[in-house]
Design a binder for this molecule. Structure first.
Ligand SMILES: [Zn+2]
Ligand SMILES: [Zn+2]
Length: 156
């Protein structure tokens, strides 16, 4: 996990301030979605956020979760992650980092990896072919430690 990640609470408050500045309402439901999302490091889907927040808010709608996450993406406070499944996942860590994606349990693990892999895809490198890259995410697909150990106990 990156030590550069900001504390969830002040970040949630500054996001709420930005939303209000745009003339949009920050409902308690919306705030709960933002706070829940910022504490997660598992790259949750809309459904996952909905499941944990609706425990506290019985009137929570899936569309509220979806709209709030879309808004966070628009504000640059979240990025969409495609982990190979049918669901879009969301990441509160917006800086350059790598994703290790388990093809079995669909877990997405953050990895700080400055250097080689990212350097090859740096904005300067892709600019040589006329492309303007805004951000670079390197994703590795494979099996996580847990899935590897269950696989090996099954075969032995
Ligand atoms: Zn796994
Ligand atoms: Zn991530």
């Amino acid at each position: 996990m990156s030590t550069a990640a900001r504390e969830p609470e002040p970040r949630a408050n500054s996001i709420a301030a930005t939303i209000r500045e745009r003339g949009q309402r920050v409902t308690p439901q919306r705030m709960a979605v933002i706070e829940e999302f910022l504490t997660r490091r598992d790259h949750p889907s809309v459904e996952q956020i909905y499941r944990s927040v609706s425990e506290r808010f019985s009137m929570m709608a899936v569309s509220t979760v979806y709209d709030t996450l879309r808004l966070l993406v628009e504000l640059g406070e979240a990025v969409e992650v495609s982990a190979g499944g049918s669901e879009t996942r969301y990441d509160p860590l917006t800086g350059d980092h790598c994703h290790l994606i388990c093809t079995q349990c669909k877990q997405v693990i953050d990895l700080d990896m400055p250097g080689d892999a990212e350097a090859k895809l740096s904005p300067a490198a892709v600019e040589r072919v006329g492309f303007a890259a805004e951000r670079v995410i390197v994703q590795a697909y494979g099996l996580c430690a847990q899935c590897r150990s269950t696989a090996s106990t099954r075969t032995s």
